[in-house]
Design a protein around this ligand. Structure first.
Ligand SMILES: [Zn+2]
Length: 117
């Protein structure tokens, strides 16, 4: 069994984790793992980590971790098998409707058409 190394980002959905043994979580979370350990249950492992909120600059989370939950091992091994987070962590998973479009071309045209004499 391969548990994710520290810093691995793992997404867990409802039913894929437990707040404590036998108590299913019903909310989705994205965690940055601080450490992961086998538990008494071979299907679940203890995960210590931070929510992605903690990586925000405004966050003042100074704790070693703020999540301590049991996560399904198959979810963790899938996360561990992913490539290292060289890919931009803030790449949008889906297009955001209404997001402003950047128009760098307009600026360049404006400069070209307005040369000082
Ligand atoms: Zn935190």
């Amino acid at each position: 069994m391969t548990l994710p190394s520290p810093g691995t980002r793992v997404r867990i959905g409802p039913g894929e984790w437990q707040a404590w043994p036998g108590h299913d979580g019903h909310t989705p979370h994205t965690l940055d793992i601080v450490s992961a350990h086998q538990s008494h249950d071979p299907k679940y492992a203890w995960v210590y980590g931070h929510g992605i909120d903690c990586s925000w600059e405004s966050s003042d989370c100074t704790q070693p971790w703020c999540f301590e939950i049991l996560v399904r091992v198959d979810v963790l091994t899938a996360a561990a098998a992913q490539p290292a987070p060289d890919t931009p962590a803030d790449a949008p998973a889906a297009q955001v409707p209404g997001a402003p479009l950047s128009t760098p071309g307009q600026m360049a045209r404006g400069h070209d058409g307005h040369r000082p004499r």
